[in-house]
Design a protein around this ligand. Sequence first.
Ligand SMILES: [Zn+2]
Length: 363
Amino acid sequence: MKVSFQIGKIMGIPIKLHITFLLILPVFALIFANNPAPYGFSNVSEVSTRYILAFATTLLLFSSVLLHEIGHSYFAKKFGVKIDSITLMLFGGVASMEEIPQNPAQEAKMAVAGPMTSFVIGAICLIFNNVLSDLQPFFSDTNIFHVIWLIGYINLIVGVFNLLPAFPMDGGRILRAWYAINMPYVKATQKAAQIGKMFAIMMAVLGVLANPWLILIAFFIYIGATEEARTTTVSVVLEKVPVRKIMSSNIISVQSSMTVDDLSKLMFEKKHMGYPVIDDNSLKGIVTFTDVLTVPTQERANVLVSDVMTKDVFTISADADSSEALKIISTQNIGRILVTDNNSIVGILSRTDLVRALQLLSE
Ligand SMILES: [Zn+2]
C-alpha cells in the first residue's frame, strides 16, 4: 500500500504527506476547535468560524514543522548530504537523508538548524502579534491575532522540545556531536543514547507523578535512543567489510522459462530462498520464496518464473562496503541483493548474511 503522497518539491527535495498525517490533521483541528482560549477557539461563538480558525491553525502549524525540516535540510545539502525526501507524519516531520556526516561540527550545525528555525518562526509570530495588537482599533476581527499568537507559542515549544538531549530529538544529535569531538563516533553515539535513556526514565517517573502524556513521550525517546545506537553501530561495523567477504558465492541461477513448480522443488532441495534469473548470460530478474507463495499450489505447474520474478534488480559491486549493501537493502525494503564483479554475477547477499556477519564482527 502506498503510505505517502508527494505534494511538491522545495530546493529539489520531494515533500511528502504520510497517511498518518492525513489522519492526525482533523484530530488537531478538533483539539484547537474545542480548547478554550488561548490554546483554542471554543470561545468563538460561530461554529463554522471556529472550525475554519482551528483548521487554519493546524495547517500553519504543520507548515512550520515543514520549515523546521527544511532548516535541517538546508545545512545537510550544504555539507553534501543527499536528502531523499521530507515526509510529514503523525509526530511531525522527518527529513530522510542518505547519511549523516560523521563530522561533529557539521552534524551539530545541521541539528541546531531545525530548532533555530522554530525559534525564529515563534519570535516573528509573537512580535507580529504584538504589533497587530497595538493596531487593534483598526481591525474588527481579532481572531487572526489569536491564530498568530498560538502558532508562535507552539513553535517556541517545538524548538525547546527538540533541544532535549535525547535521540531522536535534535538535542540528542547535538549531544553526540559534542561527545564525538573527543571519541570515536560509535562510542559517542552510545554515550548520547545512554543519556537519552536516563532522561526518558526520569521523564517516565515524572509522568507517573504528574502527567501521563510524559510517559508516552518517554517511551518514544527510549525507543529512539536504542534505535539510534543500534543503527550507528551497525553501519560503522559494516563500513570496512567488503561485500565479497560476507556474500554467498555458490549461486545457482534459474531460467525465466522454468515453471514455478520446478522452482519450488529446487528451493526445497538447495535450501536457498532467492535466485537470480539468467537467460543466455544476461540477468533478467530475481525470484524469491515470497514470489512462489503468490501462486496457489495447484497452479504452479502452469506459471513460469518470468511471470512472478522481480524485474528491476538491485546489484552491488563485490568490492563495495557492506554498509552500502545494508543501506540499499533497507531503503528499498528487499530481502537480498545480487553481487557483481566486472559485469558478471559472482554472489548474492541477503539480510540474513548481513545479520550473521554483524554478529561475528561485533564480538
Ligand atoms: Zn529537528
